[in-house]
Design a protein around this ligand. Structure first.
Ligand SMILES: Cc1ncc(COP(=O)(O)OP(=O)(O)O)c(N)n1
Ligand SMILES: Cc1nc(C(=O)O)sc1CCOP(=O)(O)O
Length: 205
């Protein structure tokens, strides 16, 4: 697992704009798309997730649902992302097909990441590394945590929080296999070109 991980934000790209923005990101080379939606009701989220999943399949990208294990199953997503407020990894694993990817938020907590790996997580995410306009309350994570995680863990390590094409090299150099972005991609005037720029950073290292 390596490359660009784009996360949707229905406040930033509402309605039909969301699908256009996601398609531009996929054309630009996004490898993983996470559907993160704290706004819509369950019925709308099912319809949106189905459409996003279809787009990801068209472009050969992985489709990952944030927080919601039932929705992950309902739309046969490739994976689910779980944080500390969400269903525990072990419980999710019981409910999901064995080949469904499970990612776990670890913030700045290496012990949590070790436990997640031991419990069968497919990737762990650390953040936030830079000030995030999407989630200003997110606590900072250190590059040293990222370095240690990459040195010690065998599963992929994702970096998140305030990442842009200008600063992504800092987390990639510290060991991030994947960079996860919202505003650094979807708030940019040319989403496709920005996705390409992110992807080029992975070709250099
Ligand atoms: C790839 C990735 N990393 C971290 C998060 C944050 O997850 P969480 O802590 O559950 O917070 P919310 O996204 O639910 O606000 C993520 N979604 N994706
Ligand atoms: C959803 C999320 N989780 C974070 C964490 O630190 O766990 S930071 C974050 C927001 C990421 O958006 P942007 O790329 O716009 O900063």
């Amino acid at each position: 697992m390596r490359g660009l991980y784009a996360i949707t934000d229905p406040y930033l790209t509402p309605g039909q704009q969301l699908f256009e923005a996601v398609e531009a990101a996929l054309r630009g080379g996004v490898s993983y798309l996470q559907y993160r939606d704290k706004l819509h009701e369950a019925g709308d989220r099912l319809r949106i997730a189905q459409e996003l999943r279809a787009l990801c399949y068209d472009y050969g990208a992985w489709f990952i649902v944030n927080d919601d294990v039932a929705l992950t199953k309902a739309v046969q997503a490739h994976g689910v992302h779980l944080g500390r407020e969400d269903m525990p990894l072990e419980e999710a694993r019981e409910l999901l097909d064995p080949d469904t990817l499970i990612g776990v938020s670890c913030y700045n907590d290496l012990a949590r990441a070790r436990a997640a790996q031991n419990a069968g997580a497919d990737y762990v995410a650390f953040g936030r590394f830079f000030a995030s306009r999407t989630k200003p309350q997110a606590q900072p994570a250190s590059l040293e945590t990222l370095r240690q995680a990459r040195a010690e863990l065998t599963i992929p390590v994702v970096a998140i929080g305030g990442i842009t094409t200008e600063n992504a090299d800092v987390v990639i150099d510290a060991g991030a296999d994947v960079v996860a972005v919202i505003q650094g991609l979807f708030a940019q005037p040319d989403i496709e070109a920005t996705a390409r720029q992110f992807c080029q950073l992975f070709q250099k290292s």
